[in-house]
Design a protein around this ligand. Structure first.
Ligand SMILES: [Zn+2]
Length: 260
């Protein structure tokens, strides 16, 4: 599968992308469980749900809000368990890394250049982003956003035999909208300042621990320590390690936004 992710594939539409094509598709970065990523027909269903949220009550009910936060004691217990095996874990630093990653992904969204987001996203999520940006580009839809993150909180923390996940809720303030590039017509959102929430889930292997010199969310290769520079496969161009699998360090695994 990896060969499909080379940069040269950006320019041609794969059959599954053509099936998803729909003039009404809006920005659809909502609620994309990782399980859907390998099942493009399911992803197509998701896109259609999202495209229908302006008119469909059923879709609105499914997609309009973020999942409820776990209760605080269970989050605190999970964070304690995490710190027990990784004493260097620093929640504030990790949250700051997520904010930085959001900036990286926003750059990709604003420029419709998925390669900009490659250094922070898991393989599967980045593949979805690349597909969605291609779709938006082909329909002449551009994002405008001028926002800052004003708050963070951990709303879920899990650890099992294989992996650890943190779902970090970001409070964003600013304005954002999507415009039709040729006419400038606003087709989603508006230019008024408002506050909204986004859940960013980061994931790493259960064996991974904080890297003192900085990792993916600090723009450092978790394997060789070089400033992070990856190819389309997610391999460090210096040491060739596949650094965006989450095997060594946190990577952005999922992004959910409140409906807008
Ligand atoms: Zn490296």
């Amino acid at each position: 599968m990896g060969a499909e992710m080379s940069g040269k594939s950006f320019g041609r539409r794969r059959p599954e992308e053509a099936r998803i094509g729909c003039g009404g598709i809006l920005w659809v970065f909502l609620k994309i469980p990782f399980m859907l990523i390998r099942a493009t027909p399911h992803l197509g269903d998701l896109l259609r749900h999202e495209a229908a949220t302006d008119t469909g009550a059923e879709a609105a009910a499914l997609f309009e809000s973020l999942p409820p936060a776990d209760d605080e004691p269970s989050v605190a217990a999970a964070l304690s368990a995490l710190a027990a095996h990784d004493p260097a874990f620093d929640l504030a630093a990790t949250s700051a890394g997520v904010i930085r990653a959001r900036g990286v992904v926003t750059t990709a969204r604003l420029t419709l250049d998925p390669s900009a987001a490659r250094p922070v996203m898991s393989d599967g999520l980045w593949r979805v982003l690349a597909m969605l940006l291609l779709e938006r580009s082909s329909h002449g839809i551009r994002l405008h956003e001028d926002a800052t993150v004003t708050g963070t909180s951990v709303v879920s923390a899990t650890r099992d035999r294989l992996a650890e996940e943190l779902r970090i809720r970001l409070v964003c303030e600013g304005d954002r909208c999507e415009v039709e590039a040729t006419t400038g017509a606003v087709i989603r959102g508006d230019r008024h300042r408002r506050t909204w929430r986004e859940d960013w889930t980061v994931r790493r292997s259960a064996n991974a621990t904080t890297i003192a010199t900085g990792g993916v969310l600090d723009n450092r290769c978790p394997q060789c320590g070089a400033p992070l520079d990856v190819d389309a496969l997610g391999a460090c161009v210096h040491c060739r390690a596949l650094v965006l699998t989450g095997g060594r360090d946190w990577v952005v695994w999922n992004i959910e936004e409140e409906r807008w």
